[in-house]
Design a protein around this ligand. Sequence first.
Ligand code: URA
Length: 193
Amino acid sequence: MELDASNKLRVVREDLINHAKKHPLFLNVKKTSGHIVFGRGSDEAKVLFIGEAPGFTENETGKPFVGRSGKLLEEWVRELNLTQDDYAIMNVVPIIPLSQENKIRPPTPEEINYFLPQTMKMVNIINPKVIVLLGKSAARAFGKESMRVGERVNYEEKEMFFIYHPAYYLRNGRKGLEDLTNLKKILENKKDL
Ligand code: URA
């Protein structure tokens, strides 16, 4: 019997836990008594937002984008008129990356690549119409480092859109709503899908 999207995702998440436990990053989960952080949102989302890796709040709660970046992302979701059923959020690395000084750092290309098989499986199961890459780490996972902010490209019969990571806008005292214009247009064209 063919599994539905949520059961398929459950299987990939179990695989992800085993895979994650074999990586040195898992020590960060142990030493902080934190969590491996999966995605959240609709299993059949039209729009999939893909970020970098959990921060401290996400590590503590086990949910992606629930800290300051998450608050801004929720503002973008409202600006785009998306309902709960329309979207999902995930990261390319499910474990908090920490420096020697226990500060947040971006994930390395090796860490992104290590989790790529599960990342791609989850993207394929959710099978969104639009993938929104939030910043360079997400772009790197898809080989799209050269995308510019607000740019869209075709990707396996989907639309792919690049915007800076919410943390970038927060650092610069901006909300980034003006950079969503092309994404709004894409969603307008896909309203009936
Ligand atoms: N930044 C990310 O990229 N992902 C999160 O889940 C939180 C902050």
